[in-house]
Design a protein around this ligand. Sequence first.
Ligand code: FAD
Length: 264
Amino acid sequence: MNIAVCVKPVPDPGHYNRININPETKLLDRKGIPVIINPVDKNAIEAALQLKEQCGGKVVLVSMAPPDTVETLKEALAMGVDEAYLLSDRAFAGSDTLATAKILAAGLKKIGQLDLILTGSESADSGTSHVPSQLGELLGLPHLNHITELSLELPVIKMKAKIENGYVEYEGRLPMVLGVAREINTPRYTTLMGVVMAQNKPITIWGLNDLGLDPAGTGLSGSPTQPGDLHFPRHGRKSEILKGEPEAIAGKIIAILRSAGVLA
Ligand SMILES: Cc1cc2nc3c(=O)[nH]c(=O)nc-3n(C[C@H](O)[C@H](O)[C@H](O)COP(=O)(O)OP(=O)(O)OC[C@H]3O[C@@H](n4cnc5c(N)ncnc54)[C@H](O)[C@@H]3O)c2cc1C
């Protein structure tokens, strides 16, 4: 069974205060911001590794990201992924969700025969949840998102998907594209042996020409949606520190609440 997992490197939330949006290009300026594997993509990796343990085969990772994310992807290799494909080209910068899905679909097609394609349910930075269904449509495969349970009784795959007020159970046949939710499992930790082995696992980098893509269909020029005006919310909350004896502070609080109309 050949499984591909789509993994998005995202800015480390510990450094969100250092991320800026360029007002001209409306793109994130991530220079110097460490990246991590999108957290729910680790659940997708875990699901793939468990299926490999059950059925045998291979788990590959596919990521569209800048070249300096190779080290981040090695963490997935250390978890047990067999090989990685990094889709990276300047022409991909600024891709919206559709252009992203087109690039990922081209990479997945080039890898060859795949029985299952797993993604996370949403990314931690943009979080549109568009990519899993766009991939399914572009690859001509059935697709579901927000999967919380998965079991394989070949040729049947059984799935439970989260919806607003509950769950829906599905049965299907592979190949499929599935977006997994955090509830599906607990991702395994990387071991020292895994880290050592990851150093020798293959990482293939493909650019625009390798994927046979038209530059007009990728990046900003290939993105039908683009951000409009940016407005930064103003946090104008008024605050006042009350000092003094507790009784005096209590009196001041009551006076403030009265003047605000909260107390009669
Ligand atoms: C400032 C800013 C403006 C943006 N403006 C727009 C816009 O106008 N229109 C628009 O469509 N998008 C816009 N985006 C979103 C941006 O294009 C996304 O980063 C990208 O297209 C993927 O979408 P997502 O992160 O919402 O993926 P989701 O659909 O939320 O991701 C679901 C899953 O898909 C997989 N996946 C997603 N991206 C990748 C990847 N690169 N490599 C491998 N797997 C991946 C992962 O498994 C992930 O868990 C903007 C982003 C920013 C930061």
